[in-house]
Write a protein that binds this ligand. Structure first.
Ligand SMILES: [Mg+2]
Length: 362
């Protein structure tokens, strides 16, 4: 029998970081926001979704979700996720194509997929196609401020936690300081450890070409966000003249923006399920990449994203991020010998500790 959506509960939290983090363009980060969506159906079953920010916009996201999206989905069949997604996308398109609206939609869509998988009594990765529960992953450091010695120490720590691949931040004002840090990692861990560098959109096209040529000696798996995302021709120049594969996607907000990026030369599409519109578009982006014979990687939200990449035959590395959300999740992601393991419980497997989160409510 068909159920309907009876309730959507929105909550907004500000979670302090255990240590202050820094990258090239977002500056110093002291905390991050989480906005959650809990969808309850007419049988009382619940799906949970969330999105996060670097510390701002959470109020707008929570307001859009609670005040404007929720009334539009009450009474709808929660299994018709594509229909709900398309209706919300166009209802909000004029003022909200991108930005807080898409983050709100991401949280809601994620909750609907969690609900669908729970009702099917299947883990989400099997419902989405089912490929391999073991997903290669890497430690994504937000570490531009670290010295070469501190970066090496952090990497030893990450290897002790089960990681076998590392991504570091670049984009310091002096290129030679980035080069010294890459050299320190290669010296300490050898030529075979998969290593990525993330500039967070720091460079001009010419600056990125110069950096890529300087980084080429370190055999990077990819050079991430060398320039801002709106410049496909620039990405093509960086790829062809710099000679390193490019990853980008954490600042793209739709399937269509990914199409443009792939046509522009992005070789590792890197969607974030909490800001690309949710599970529905994430999987389309992954299949789009597959059609171009490209790997798909991911940004952030590793606890849920492991489920999505476990459904993709073209999955590359899952990014495991050190934001500290695991303190508020009942069964944090397991990383074993370089692989993240998608759990077998029904749904996406992320169960928040709501009582613990309560003290951080905005
Ligand atoms: Mg990045």
């Amino acid at each position: 029998m068909t159920t309907t959506i009876s309730h959507v509960k929105t909550d907004h939290y500000l979670i302090p970081l255990a240590q202050v983090l820094e990258d090239s363009m977002h500056g110093v980060m002291t905390g991050f926001e989480v906005v959650t969506a809990r969808v309850t159906d007419s049988d009382g079953a619940e799906g949970v979704g969330y999105t996060f920010t670097c510390g701002v916009n959470g109020g707008a996201i929570a307001d859009i979700l609670a005040r404007e999206m929720t009334p539009r989905v009450i009474g709808r069949d929660p299994s018709l996720i594509e229909a709900i997604w398309k209706e919300l996308w166009w209802a909000f398109h004029y003022g909200g194509r991108g930005g807080p609206t898409v983050l709100a939609l991401s949280a809601l869509d994620m909750a609907l997929w969690d609900l669908k998988a729970k009702r099917a009594d299947m883990p989400l990765w099997r419902l989405l196609g089912g490929y391999d529960a073991r997903v290669p992953c890497y430690a994504g450091g937000i570490d531009m401020h670290l010295s070469p010695e501190e970066l090496v120490a952090q990497t030893h720590d990450n290897i002790a936690k089960g990681h076998r691949a590392i991504k570091m931040k670049v984009g310091r004002d002096l290129l030679r300081e980035d080069i010294a840090k890459l050299a320190a990692l290669r010296d300490a861990f050898g030529p075979d450890m998969p290593l990525m560098a993330d500039a967070n959109m720091k460079y001009s096209v010419d600056g990125a070409v110069r950096a890529a040529k300087a980084f080429a000696q370190f055999d990077l798996t990819w050079f991430e966000e060398p320039i801002p995302p709106e410049d496909p021709a620039g990405h093509r120049r960086v790829l062809l003249e710099g000679g390193i594969p490019i990853a980008s996607g954490e600042n793209l907000r739709s399937v269509w923006e990914f199409r443009t990026a792939i046509e522009g030369g992005v070789t590792f599409p890197e969607p974030n399920v909490t800001n690309c519109g949710g599970v529905t578009p994430f999987m389309k982006i992954a299949r789009l990449a597959e059609a171009f014979h490209l790997p798909v990687t991911s940004h952030g939200a590793h606890d849920i994203t492991v489920q999505l990449l476990a459904a993709c035959p073209n999955r590359s590395y899952l990014e495991a991020h050190g934001f500290g959300l695991e303190k508020y999740i009942e069964s944090p992601l397991q990383i074993v010998d370089g692989y993240a393991i998608a759990p077998e419980c029904p749904g996406h497997g992320v169960a928040f500790d709501w009582e613990r989160l309560n003290s951080l409510r905005v």
